[in-house]
Ligand binder design. Sequence first.
Ligand SMILES: Cc1cc2nc3c(=O)[nH]c(=O)nc-3n(C[C@H](O)[C@H](O)[C@H](O)COP(=O)(O)OP(=O)(O)OC[C@H]3O[C@@H](n4cnc5c(N)ncnc54)[C@H](O)[C@@H]3O)c2cc1C
Length: 476
Amino acid sequence: MFDVVIIGSGVVGASIAYELSKYKLNICVVEKENDVSLGASRANSGIIHGGYDCVENSLMAKLNVEGNILVHQICKDLDVPLKNIGSLVIGKNDEDKQVINDLYNRGINNNVKGIKIIDSKQLYQLEPNLNEGFTCALYCESASIISPWELCIAQIECAINNGCKLNLNYEVTEIVAHNNYYTVSNGENSIDTKMIINASGAGSIKIDELLDECDYQCKYVKGEYYLLDKNQSSIVNHVIFQTPNKNGKGILITPTVHNNLLVGPTATNTTSDDTSVSSDGLQIIAKQVNNIYKDINLRENIRNFAGVRVRSLKKDFIIKESTKNKNYFIVAGIASPGLSASVAIAKKVVELVSVNNQLQQKETFINTRKVIRFNELSENEKIDLINKDKNYGRIVCRCENISEGEIINALNGPISISSIDAIKRRCNTGMGRCQGGFCGVKVMEIIAKHQNIAIENITADKKGSYIISNVTKKGV
Ligand SMILES: Cc1cc2nc3c(=O)[nH]c(=O)nc-3n(C[C@H](O)[C@H](O)[C@H](O)COP(=O)(O)OP(=O)(O)OC[C@H]3O[C@@H](n4cnc5c(N)ncnc54)[C@H](O)[C@@H]3O)c2cc1C
């Protein structure tokens, strides 16, 4: 019998697992996909927002501002890339100025630190490549950029190192409520647990319905992106937002922690699982980008992708214990700024859990994690490392300078993985200009050898995305 089953291993489920693994609890995370962070948590803008945008007194505002502060220590402890580059909402006319002023006042009410309104001279000092004609901006010092999937992976790995169990490829399809415990099942294997935390993102309503409850509605809004090559990232120094107007927020432009430039997202209503990219969506982005920076060249595009926001119609996060089923906790409608708030959301869940359940802290909690990033080492450090382990001397991804040693490290990690993209999310292989065109096959060979599985069983990404179907030439 587990004390807690967490359904979903996006950044919210991961943060909750991390936070709860500080206590003497038997925890199991169940995830329907073949790796963690395959929902909204991998396809977003990767911004740790300041918190001036959220409606005053909302849970979103409170947890965004708290999360923005707390995430720094976790990133330090768990070696997750985060850069505190600040953000700007840029404006042109009197109408924009009024909106910027309103955002500033909201930020002050939400307790956002380090925000100020700046004039055009200050703006162009911060962003010299911006097109002419912008007259003012809201500067937010506390906004950062992060690798969202690495935050998720790091927290789950840390939770596992502290005793938490992770069941991948486990889609919850059945829940039976008993007197004082639950049975969760995927149709084949069942798990008994005293508590359930529903952190299943776009799947939250389906999970609620398994227990005959759901008192909220969500809508699904797709956001599409261009990811541009590294040669574009020096054009922009901060996270750049346009001033929202009656047509919406428009696209944003931001450097990424891996030194690419991200442009998007769009906002189109969709079904919960539609992450396809459309030419219409990309055109919306293309129309806006050069109105902000004429120098950005979308031909330097290395990838397009889309993520789906799950917005509660109540326009706030839903974080509560069910009134119908004791010890069933619902964490739903976690749209943007859910990534920014995730660490604070987890603390809020622990608070709720501890109302019915006495939580005892572990005497020992392993709270560190170190990732070797070969391309960040000095020449001497590289030589030392290669002398210790020759695998670091073999560069597999030439665009990003990633060694075989790093891939083997990822395969030796606490989460069992067997897809090319799982390696990409852990060590950045295939993140460069060729997008894995050269290193993909080599990565497959390393996975197959290391995991002792047939190469045909390796996927590009999610379940079923096989690359090799059968042998065409025997004996080659
Ligand atoms: C386009 C876009 C841009 C965004 N930009 C930002 C940003 O810049 N900053 C920010 O703060 N926030 C941003 N967000 C919001 C942020 O990405 C989300 O709030 C956050 O990722 C939600 O995390 P989650 O864990 O709730 O959901 P998810 O990451 O979707 O995780 C849910 C998990 O549950 C699993 N699951 C579902 N059903 C089941 C089942 N039946 N059994 C087992 N597992 C199941 C899924 O496979 C998934 O892994 C953005 C979102 C989008 C889509």
